[in-house]
Design a protein around this ligand. Structure first.
Ligand code: BF8
Length: 662
């Protein structure tokens, strides 16, 4: 029988093989066994009422197939896509709502374990929201107003969400023209559920505009709110060295994994594991120390701010348990495989759920409450320590790990291009104009066991930087790159094209910039806006030599992200078969019609080579439309000289010695 390649990650592969020899089943095996239903997979199944499910198959199904109610295939496919985007927008936004409640509790003095870490970011956000700060107002008072203002974004019935005004004017005008400015996050989610109910909206174009609207409520609403509050509470990221892969786990230490998405409990656990009493307790059980590692987007949150090492992304979660070294795996919400609990029973690992919204039968449940966050964090860490002596010998103990640099917030990217007092996006725009950097790609989204996992991420990362394309990456895209050792400055020397290499060398950055978790795709919107406002390229997000790619997507959140980028003016390419591929009409609207209206698009393309070709084509066409210098490797136009870090620090010391970084 032909051997199926399950992952492109060599370290994961070792663990998978160990699992196979011990008859341990993982998502990779289940993906092989469970072939997707081709009708549902292409969007040709309607199951929103109990006259069906209706299948839209047969020759000329696009025009002739009808459901019991008379619905057509394009109606059904677009309705299915809208429901996916709703799920994604709801997930990100509910996460954001909880962050807003934590900020409010901190402002009211009710969540005493947290504080406002980045007051400067708080004031920047207050300024955008039109909230008064300075003149004797305490940070807590400002934070209270910010939290309440954000909470209004969820329940607003009319008007527009606050952060719409952060987008370039021209981008906003397009949204207004096509009626997709989100009013309130919850309102858009509810309305989308209503219009996809049986017998309501049947116009594919209108349903797809609804998809863009609810997705904008995620990108410029929930996700952006979440990013900003997280920065205010826990600090705006700046570069930090860390490590990735399964070798981060230690045989002689208590190993705890924080997995999921909301960062507040994980932040508390970061604090608690270095408390002297906790370390002493761990030593009393025979462990040298307490070692914390991250998984999925929680990993990205604590990696970006504290350099906590990451075990990897979505398809790595079961493999972490299979190392046999995890004493506690604590999870909250989203992207958590329920298989973890059954798997953990084969080892000594305890799985702890912490959100009433996300329970798994068989797991220990400890309800998280931000009002007693540290106490709960201590309870979890103690369970891990008590479990350490139960560790058995079995498990796939691997030692490989890779260095990486993370922490590239929008603020730091601005700072690195000019220092505290000359911070701007000018050098990046100049480098693009001169052809030194050909364009920018956001490499994001999940990793997926239906393809050799992380492989398409890796392929595209290498090919794109070779082609002088700067990559910003988030979520599991960043795990795929980090777990391959791609996120170091040396990577630029070895693999980047000549123009990108020079820029990376001058600034001292990797060619692949880790900008955060999945909600931090909102940072990419902010970066694109800053580039538009800097001038010299497009005066809106649309038309930039920029593309978004989610080559191994699997979640509804990815659909919402893809759609908010498309609506914002970014052509987006997803890997895998299209979830609406059964309908030519829907496919045409998402590509040609959206491009005409918004300069963005959503493609689905399973072939990695074609994803690459389409990306380069979009970037080169955008350069041409902007009348930029034709990209030729190694040949650049004139641009402003980039100062290296040492020169910049010198200049800053001389000019404003009191200023901190960023
Ligand atoms: O979209 S949310 S853990 S799987 S990266 Fe990864 Fe984060 Fe999940 Fe998918 Ni995004």
């Amino acid at each position: 029988m032909k051997k199926v390649i399950k992952t492109a990650n060599e370290v994961s592969e070792q663990i998978i093989q160990w699992g196979e020899s011990h008859e341990i089943d993982t998502c990779f095996d289940r993906a092989q066994r469970l072939k997707p239903c081709p009708i549902g997979a292409s969007g040709a199944c309607c199951k929103i009422c109990h006259m069906g499910p209706c299948r839209f198959v047969g020759r000329n199904a696009e025009k002739e197939a009808k459901g019991v109610c008379g619905a057509t295939l394009p109606t059904v496919a677009s309705r299915n896509l809208l429901r996916m985007a709703v799920g994604g927008a709801a997930a990100h936004s509910d996460h954001a709502r909880d962050m807003a409640f934590i900020l409010l509790a901190v402002a009211n003095g009710e969540a005493k374990d947290f504080k406002i870490t980045d007051a400067r970011k708080l004031y920047r956000v207050a300024e955008i929201l039109g909230i008064e700060f300075g003149s004797g107002r305490s940070a807590k008072d400002v934070a209270r107003d910010v939290a309440l203002k954000f909470l209004e974004d969820f329940g607003r019935q009319k008007g527009e969400i606050n952060y719409v005004k952060r987008a370039p004017k021209k981008t906003q005008e397009r949204w207004k023209k096509w009626g997709i400015v989100p009013r309130g996050i919850d309102r858009e989610i509810t309305e989308a559920m209503h219009r996809t109910h049986m017998g309501v909206d049947h116009d594919p174009d209108n349903l797809l505009l609804g998809t863009l609207k609810v997705s904008l409520a995620d990108g410029w609403g929930g996700s952006m709110i979440s990013t900003d509050i997280t920065d205010i509470l826990f600090g705006t990221p700046r570069p930090v060295k860390a490590e990735a892969s399964f070798g981060i786990f230690k045989e002689d230490e208590v190993n705890i994994v924080v997995h999921g998405h909301e960062p507040s409990l994980a932040e508390m656990i970061v604090d608690v594991v270095s408390e002297p009493e906790m370390i002493a307790y761990a030593k009393s059980k025979g462990a040298k120390r307490i070692n914390l590692g991250g998984m999925c987007c929680t990993a990205n949150e604590v990696l970006m701010r504290h350099g906590i090492p990451t075990a990897g992304g979505f398809t790595n979660q079961e493999l972490a348990v299979m190392t046999g070294l995890i004493d506690v795996l604590t999870v909250d919400i989203q992207c958590i495989m329920p298989a973890l609990v059954g798997l953990s029973r084969k080892f000594h690992t305890k799985v702890i759920t912490t959100s009433y919204k996300a329970k798994i039968p068989g797991a220990i449940h400890i309800q998280y409450d931000e009002h007693r966050a540290k106490e709960i964090a201590r309870e979890i860490v103690k369970i891990a320590i008590d479990n350490y002596p139960n560790r058995k010998a079995e498990g796939s103990h691997v030692s490989q790990k890779y260095p990486l640099i993370a922490g590239f917030s929008h603020e730091y990217i601005e700072y690195m291009q000019g220092g505290s007092w000359r911070a701007s996006f000018r050098p990046l725009n100049d480098a693009i104009m001169a052809g030194r950097i050909r364009g920018v790609v956001g490499l994001a989204g999940c990793d997926n066991p239906r393809v050799p996992s992380q492989g398409i991420h890796r392929f595209l990362a290498i090919e794109l930087i070779k082609a002088d394309i700067l990559i910003v990456t988030t979520g599991c895209g960043s795990h795929a790159c980090g777990g391959a050792g791609y996120m170091t400055p040396e990577m630029a020397l070895e693999n980047a094209g000549p123009g990108l290499r020079e820029v990376c060398e001058a600034i001292g950055i990797p060619p692949i910039l880790h900008v955060g978790a999945c909600v931090d795709n909102s940072r990419i919107l902010t970066i694109a806006t800053a580039m538009a406002e800097e001038g010299g390229l497009s005066d809106e997000i649309g038309g930039m030599p920029a593309v978004g790619i989610a080559p191994e997507w699997m979640s509804e959140k990815a659909i919402a992200i893809g759609c908010y980028f498309a609506a914002s003016g970014v052509p987006v390419i997803f890997g895998g078969e299209s979830p609406v591929g059964a309908s030519e009409e829907v496919t045409r609207i998402m590509t040609e019609v959206w491009f005409e209206r918004f300069k963005g698009a959503l493609h689905f393309e399973p072939d990695p080579e074609k994803i690459l070709a389409l990306t380069l084509n979009y970037i080169d066409r955008a350069r041409e439309a902007l009348k930029l210098r034709k990209y030729e490797p190694g040949r650049f136009g004139i641009e402003r000289v980039l100062m290296d870090m040492a020169a910049r620090r010198e200049l800053e010391r001389a000019a404003k010695p009191h200023l901190g970084i960023y």
